[in-house]
Design a protein around this ligand. Structure first.
Ligand SMILES: [Zn+2]
Length: 317
C-alpha cells in the first residue's frame, strides 16, 4: 500500500506523536535496553522516551543505536522524507527532497543516507529458482569531474583493468533481490555470496556462461543460459535480475547524479527495498520503520570514511 504523504503529515504532525510511535514500534509494551538487552528499566522521561537501565547502569532513549541517533531534525520532517523516498519508485535525490520539503541540501543528503541504511534487509534467504548475474557501473568519466567515473553510465561488458565497479545481483524468481559490490569476480567471492543468501536444498541457480559461475555447481544445482539464436530459453533466463538492473540504471541516471563509489552499496539498498516491496500489500511506511529500528546500527555508516567501512555495514563483512 502506497504511503500517502498527506496522511503522514496529518497523523504525525508533532514530535511527541512521532516519538510515541517509534517507541511503540521498537518495544511494544516492554522497553528493552539496547546495550545489554535486559528489561529492568526505569523511566527517566516518558515524553522524551528516555530510560535508565538498572542492569548495566546506562542511559538510553528510543533513538539509541538507530538511524535517528543524535539527529537535530524534527521527527515530523524525518517521517516526510521517509515517505518521499518510499514513494519514489526510481530513487529520490537530495535535491528533490530539498525542493519538496524546504530543508537544506545537507540535511536532505544526510537524512536520506541514514534512511537508506534503514532499508538494509537482514537475513535474506533466497530459494527455488535463483538467478545470478552481475552488472557494471561507471567506466566513463564525466566532463565536470575527470577523476570520478560516472556511475550513471552502466555497461554490461566484462572487462578487466577498467575502472568499472562490478555488482553481483541474485534474485529469486517472483521474489526478492539482493546485491553485493564485488571488486573481483572470483569463484571464491561469488561462492561466498551464494552461501550467504541462497538456500542450498531444492534450489536451482540460473546464470550465463561466465567462467566464474561454473564453479558454483559444486555447491548448488545450476542451469546455464544458451545465448545462441533460436534457442527457447524456457525457465533458463535471468530476466528478473535484468529487470532489476534496468530499474537501477534508470534510477541512477534520472535522479541521483552524484553517487560516489563509496556509497554505492547504500544506494543499492534503496533500489533493493523498492524492488522487494513491489507486491507488498501492507503499510510500507510502518514496515520500513520497524525494519530500520530493528537494526540497531551504529552511526558510522553515514559518515563512513572508506568504501570498506560502508561495505562492512551493508554486507556484514
Ligand atoms: Zn542495559
Amino acid at each position: 500500500m502506497a504511503t500517502n504523504i498527506r496522511e503522514i503529515q496529518l497523523k504525525y504532525n508533532t514530535q511527541q506523536k512521532c516519538l510515541n510511535f517509534l517507541a511503540e514500534l521498537r518495544w511494544g509494551k516492554t522497553v528493552t535496553c539496547p546495550n545489554c538487552e535486559k528489561n529492568k528499566v526505569r523511566v527517566i522521561d516518558n515524553l522524551k522516551k528516555r530510560y535508565f537501565c538498572k542492569s548495566c547502569k546506562e542511559q538510553f532513549s528510543v533513538f539509541t543505536n538507530t538511524i535517528f541517533e543524535g539527529t537535530l531534525l524534527e521527527l515530523p520532517t524525518w517521517f516526510q522524507i521517509i515517505t518521499l523516498i518510499l514513494n519514489a519508485k526510481s530513487g529520490m535525490s537530495a535535491k528533490e527532497i530539498q525542493r519538496n520539503l524546504g530543508v537544506t541540501y545537507k540535511t536532505a543528503y544526510y537524512t536520506a543516507m541514514r534512511i537508506r541504511v534503514g532499508m538494509l534487509q537482514e537475513n535474506t534467504c533466497l530459494n527455488g529458482i535463483i538467478e545470478m548475474d552481475e552488472s557494471y557501473f561507471g567506466g566513463k568519466y564525466r566532463k565536470t569531474n575527470e577523476n570520478k567515473p560516472d556511475l550513471a553510465t552502466v555497461e554490461y561488458k566484462r572487462g578487466r583493468g577498467t575502472n568499472k565497479i562490478s555488482v553481483v545481483g541474485m534474485a529469486q524468481r517472483k521474489g526478492k533481490v539482493v546485491t553485493k559490490v564485488i571488486e573481483k569476480l572470483s569463484k571464491r567471492n561469488l561462492l561466498n555470496m551464494l552461501k550467504t543468501y541462497a538456500k542450498q536444498e531444492n534450489s536451482i541457480l540460473v546464470t550465463d556462461g561466465f567462467k566464474s559461475y561454473h564453479e558454483l555447481e559444486k555447491y548448488i544445482e545450476r542451469l546455464e543460459i544458451n545465448h545462441s539464436k533460436g534457442f527457447s530459453k524456457g525457465i533458463v533466463h535471468v530476466n528478473t535480475v535484468e529487470n532489476f538492473w534496468s530499474g537501477v540504471k534508470n534510477g541512477i541516471r534520472g535522479s541521483s547524479k552524484s553517487i560516489s563509489k563509496k556509497y554505492l552499496p547504500l544506494y543499492l539498498l534503496e533500489f533493493e527495498w523498492t524492488f522487494n516491496h513491489r507486491f507488498y500489500k501492507g503499510n510500507e511506511f510502518e514496515e520500513y520503520l520497524k525494519n530500520a529500528l530493528s537494526q540497531e546500527k551504529s552511526l558510522e555508516y553515514w559518515k563512513a570514511e572508506s568504501t570498506n567501512q560502508v561495505k562492512n555495514i551493508v554486507y556484514n563483512q
